[in-house]
Design a protein around this ligand. Structure first.
Ligand code: FES
Length: 261
C-alpha cells in the first residue's frame, strides 16, 4: 500500500461518494430554519425602513434610530439634533442602516449561517455542496468580510443609541409596555455586540501575559463567556429588534392603543 503525502493528488480530492451524504439525521433542518428566519428578517427590515410611522412619544422604532434629519419629528431627533439637515429626503433609517446591517452581515456566526442556508456551501457538515470550487474568504469578494472588526465600532454606537432611547422611554411617566420592550431589546443588542469575536480580540487578543493586565483579563473573561453564547444572542437580538420595532410602529399607527402601551 503506497503512503499518501499531503501533496499527493488523492489527498486533494474530496471523498468520492455516489450519494450526497451518508448522514441519516435531519441535517437539513438547521439550514432550512436559518433560511426562513433570515428571509423573514430581510422582508420585515425592507418594509420597516420605508414605513413612516417610526415615532410616537416617548418611543422611536429601532430601525429608524438615530433620526438625524430635519424631517424627523422634534422628539425623535438624537439630543434634539438634526446634523444631516434637510437635503436627505429618503427615509431617515437609511442613513444609519449600513452600520447594523454591515455588522450582522459580516458577523462570523451569520457568515456561517448564510453560507450554509443560502449558498449551500456546504449546507451542513459532511453534506456535499453544489459548488465545484472552494476559495474560502481569501480573495475578492469574500475577503472584504474582514472589515467586520471596523463595523464593531459602529455597532457600539448603535447599541449606545438604542440604550439611550430605552432610558428616555423609562424616565417618561408612566412607563408603558413599549418601554420594557425597548429596554430588553437594548440589553440584547448590547450583549450581542459585546459577544462579538472582534470584541474578544480587542479586550485581550494580543496579550502574552494575562497576569500583567488584570483588568483586561477580567474584561476578556466576561466577553469570552458572552462569546460562547454568540449564536443565541445573534438570534435573540435579531428577533427582539424586530419585535420592538414592530411594536413602536403599531403604537404610532394607533393599532395598539391599550392603556400604558
Ligand atoms: Fe458576530 Fe462579531 S463575530 S458580531
Amino acid at each position: 500500500m503506497t503512503q499518501q503525502t499531503a501533496e499527493s493528488p488523492a489527498r486533494k480530492q474530496r471523498a468520492q461518494l455516489k450519494v450526497r451524504t451518508l448522514r441519516t439525521d435531519r441535517w437539513w433542518l438547521a439550514p432550512a430554519l436559518t433560511f426562513a428566519g433570515l428571509t423573514f428578517f430581510l422582508i420585515y427590515g425592507f418594509w420597516a425602513i420605508f414605513d413612516k410611522s417610526y415615532f410616537v412619544e416617548p418611543y422611536i422604532a429601532p430601525f429608524s434610530s438615530p433620526c438625524l434629519t430635519t424631517a424627523c419629528p422634534e422628539g425623535a431627533r438624537l439630543f434634539g439634533w438634526a446634523p444631516i439637515g434637510d437635503w436627505f429626503t429618503l427615509p431617515p433609517g437609511l442613513i444609519i442602516l449600513g452600520l447594523p446591517a454591515g455588522f450582522r452581515f459580516t458577523c462570523y456566526y451569520y457568515r456561517k449561517s448564510y453560507y450554509r442556508s443560502f449558498w449551500l456551501s456546504p449546507p451542513a457538515c459532511a453534506v456535499g455542496e453544489p459548488h465545484k470550487k472552494y476559495t474560502g474568504e481569501t480573495r475578492l469578494p469574500l475577503v472584504i468580510q474582514n472589515v467586520h472588526r471596523y463595523f464593531f465600532y459602529g455597532a457600539i454606537l448603535i447599541g449606545a443609541v438604542l440604550s439611550y432611547d430605552a432610558i428616555l422611554a423609562l424616565i417618561h411617566k408612566p412607563a408603558g409596555l413599549g418601554t420594557w420592550i425597548l429596554l430588553v431589546n437594548a440589553v440584547l443588542i448590547v450583549l450581542y455586540t459585546l459577544s462579538c469575536h472582534s470584541c474578544r480580540h480587542i479586550t485581550a487578543g494580543r496579550l502574552n501575559h494575562f497576569s500583567k493586565h488584570p483588568l483586561r483579563y477580567r474584561a476578556w473573561t466576561f466577553v469570552s463567556k458572552l462569546n460562547a453564547k454568540h449564536m443565541q444572542l445573534a438570534w435573540a437580538s435579531l428577533f427582539s429588534v424586530m419585535i420592538a420595532d414592530f411594536y413602536v410602529r403599531m403604537v404610532a399607527k394607533g393599532v395598539i392603543t391599550f392603556p400604558f402601551a
